[in-house]
Design a protein around this ligand. Sequence first.
Ligand SMILES: [Fe+2]
Length: 329
Amino acid sequence: MLLAFTAPGAQAQETVLNLYSARHYQTDENLYTHFTQLTGIKINRIEGKEDELLERIKNESTNSPADVLLTVDAARLAAAHELGLFAPVKSKTLETRIPAYLRTDDWFSFSSRARVIVYNKATIKAGQVRNYADLANPALRNQVCIRSGSHPYNLSLMASIIAHEGEQKAEAWARGLVANFARAPKGGDTDQIKAVAAGECGVALANSYYVARLMRSDKADDKKTMAAVGIIWPNQTTSGTHINVSGGGMLKYAPHKEAAVKFLEYLASDEAQRYFAEGNNEWPVVASVKVRNPALDSLGTFKMDTLPVGSLAMYRAKAQVIFDRVGLR
Ligand SMILES: [Fe+2]
């Protein structure tokens, strides 16, 4: 049996769940409403920026009303773990539904996104860049755009490279990457895609949902941007394309622990998985759940890196040290 929910009204004292969320998508309304319909548990939602929510939970300490934290990026989820904010959750449902590499003892991934390479179709040949390693190739001198190295998305990618290649090779890669910069890091992933389209750089890194968002946009500018760029799934003949996640966990001082586990289990259900992934053009983590996303589908299928999300966490601090050393800020 997948979800053992008690009928609404049958649990007088436990009808509330306090959710701290760094997600704010339209489909989330359906996600939460449906949970309340199924369980009778009302969701009090506090939305905030990722790092602010972590800070807040840390400061509230034992008095925190937060039951569950939902946020994006393995590096941030790892930070929450390292701060000791999460409580371990043992759940057969979560263990069965979510692949082992996408969960830890105390936090769980509920959707995934890929870090892809975007290139300018007029100036870069498609075969010229196949792997993350190619971004450090001297052939791409003055061609690379990237957001700040201290951003979790880049730290998580670097952590995966350290895990696969070891520290030395990873550092050499980071040095080569910096040597190839077209400009100092600035802006978000969408800004990098636009800079590639404008010819300010030949290649950039971006998360798949930013690509999908631009592909689905009706704005003439965005259409022009996407007409000028091509997308590469890196590392298809080696480790696979680096995957990052959105996810969450139950908090250590959660006042409603039973409701918190129910909510986490609900997020792994077929319907919730669809809402969760669709809200931000991501992929569900439960393999049997399929979403139709025309933008993502048009990019084709690809081989994912199945490095455990826990390993990304393990090498996150090292990634930052190397980025600092090579001047990737
Ligand atoms: Fe993002």
